[in-house]
Design a protein around this ligand. Structure first.
Ligand SMILES: Nc1ncnc2c1ncn2[C@@H]1O[C@H](COP(=O)(O)OP(=O)(O)OP(=O)(O)O)[C@@H](O)[C@H]1O
Ligand SMILES: [Mg+2]
Length: 329
């Protein structure tokens, strides 16, 4: 990959303590993201998407069991920073996030304008209120909201508008990377489509780097440059978004696609029988094996994450063997 890498995550682990044992929500996840690109992260509920974003932003719960790995942002290992340094220099300054269900977490008694300006005032002591409001107004325009709505309270905005306001709040500090956790999942279909258009427009206008968590593979392949598939705490595939429909290799990715309805073709929908394994003591081999039609002997061992042509990565023995054969020839 080129030296234009903004985010380089290596062997990231985030486990939570529970009475039944540690939950391996993020297990040895590694990936890189180039500056200005959008990575969509997809996968079934509970596979660790939100946990991955929390690990990157170091928003850790009290029942933390294990948090390790390397997270290089612009070459700097931000895992090595103290909590105070991380708070001052990284979170909301270089890394911002729109959390899952963010639109419902706006403060009901504070005007939108003040809420959007707040991250600026907190992180830059030299900034005046007037400058902060000017920046908030800019961010508001970027997400396509009428500026007079800045004077309103959250309840005076529709769900879609509130969601745009939370995106403005994440963008206001000009962060290098913005993580959006299911930005459209609580919205109706039309509002979802509008929001996706807004995100497309923002992407074109400001060239920020995004991680977009979504359940929706259609959105992912349309809006993102690359798609990462998570399964049971692991990142099992990483593929160019434009070719995801034709090139996704992991049997789970293929099943995931076959289970998504599309408007363009009239196909029989498949569903994936069975359930993901528990993340407390998950199987030591491939975590998808129990549901996989292509399972064979080797799958009882943990597959390596192999790189295929074009930088695509897949964690599945089927391709590992192919790679070995290719190299042996
Ligand atoms: N603080 C916590 N303590 C214990 N387990 C947790 C905690 N937070 C998350 N989990 C568990 O970790 C796993 C991953 O959860 P996570 O929220 O990251 O999944 P997700 O992919 O974002 O799911 P969804 O699509 O439903 O948002 C789940 O099994 C979840 O129950
Ligand atoms: Mg989530």
């Amino acid at each position: 990959m080129s030296n234009n890498v903004l985010l380089d995550v290596r062997n990231l682990k985030l486990y939570f303590k529970t009475s039944k044992g540690p939950v391996q929500a993020v297990d040895n996840v590694s990936f890189q993201l180039e500056r200005g690109k959008t990575l969509a992260v997809v996968g079934e509920s509970g596979c660790g998407k939100t946990s991955l974003t929390k690990a990157i932003l170091r928003l850790l719960p009290r029942n933390l069991e294990r948090f390790e790995g390397e997270i290089l942002l612009d070459g700097q290992d931000i895992m090595k920073l103290s909590d105070e340094q991380f708070r001052k220099e990284i979170r909301w300054v270089k890394l911002a996030m729109v959390p899952q269900a963010a639109m419902n977490s706006l403060n009901p008694v504070i005007k939108i304008e003040d809420q959007i300006a707040e991250p600026l005032l907190v992180h830059d002591r030299t900034m005046t209120k007037k400058q902060a409001i000017a920046k908030a107004t800019e961010a508001f325009k970027l997400v396509g909201l009428p500026v007079d709505f800045l004077q309103r309270y959250p309840f005076e905005l529709s769900g879609g508008m509130r969601q745009r306001a939370t995106i403005a709040m994440a963008l206001v500090t000009d962060p290098e990377l913005v993580i959006l956790d299911e930005p459209s999942s609580a919205l109706d279909l039309l509002t979802q489509a509008n929001l996706m258009n807004v995100l497309k427009k923002i992407k074109n206008e400001i060239h920020t780097t995004f991680i977009l968590i979504t359940h929706d593979i259609g959105t992912a392949s349309e809006l993102a440059d690359e798609v990462a598939v998570m399964y049971a705490g692991e990142m099992v595939e990483r593929c160019d978004a434009a070719h995801f429909y034709t090139n996704a290799r992991h049997p789970y990715s293929r099943k995931l696609m076959a289970s998504v309805p599309t408007l363009r073709e009239d196909k029989e929908l498949e569903f994936i029988p069975g359930q993901p394994p528990s993340l407390i003591n998950p199987p030591s081999g491939c975590r998808f094996a129990a549901r996989c039609e292509k399972k064979f002997g080797k799958c009882s061992e943990k597959p390596r994450n192999v790189e295929l042509e074009g930088g695509q990565r897949v964690q599945c023995w089927l391709y590992d063997e192919m790679e070995e054969e290719r190299h042996a020839q």
